[in-house]
Design a protein around this ligand. Structure first.
Ligand SMILES: [Zn+2]
Length: 127
């Protein structure tokens, strides 16, 4: 997965922060869905790689429960977990026992469960 993430990292559109992010979702049916961060001159219009991949999966017809694992690589030297806006969207589609894997360009990696990164989610049960 490291090579796929490295290749995807180059596709990130990050002219302002220079912080490139690549995300790949492994679906339960075995498909892999990519996403990169896409920045905008109006910074608030920027979308993260994780949400880009998730919305692509939804566009392709996937539903909550179809998501298995999320891989994330950033251009920085340290591993990064998804931002909290992405964590909110992750909790909408990923089960609590799904893995989120942060992978470095050198192949180092950390693994977290959705339940660990999103311990008190705001979800449909709150509405
Ligand atoms: Zn994010």
């Amino acid at each position: 997965m490291k090579d796929e993430l490295l290749k995807l990292l180059d596709k990130a559109y990050a002219p302002y922060s220079k912080f490139q992010v690549a995300a790949i979702i492994e679906m339960k049916d075995g498909k892999f869905i990519p996403g990169v961060n896409v920045e905008n001159a109006s910074y608030g219009a920027t979308i993260c790689a994780e949400r880009n991949a998730i919305t692509t999966a939804v566009t392709m017809g996937y539903k909550a429960g179809d998501f298995k694992r999320l891989y994330v690589m950033v251009s920085g030297d340290k591993l990064s977990t998804p931002c909290f806006m992405c964590r909110q969207v992750i909790t909408e589609f990923f089960d609590k026992d799904c893995e989120i894997i942060e992978m470095g360009k050198d192949g180092t990696m950390e693994k977290h469960l959705v339940a660990d990164l999103c311990p008190y989610p705001f979800d449909k049960s709150d509405l």
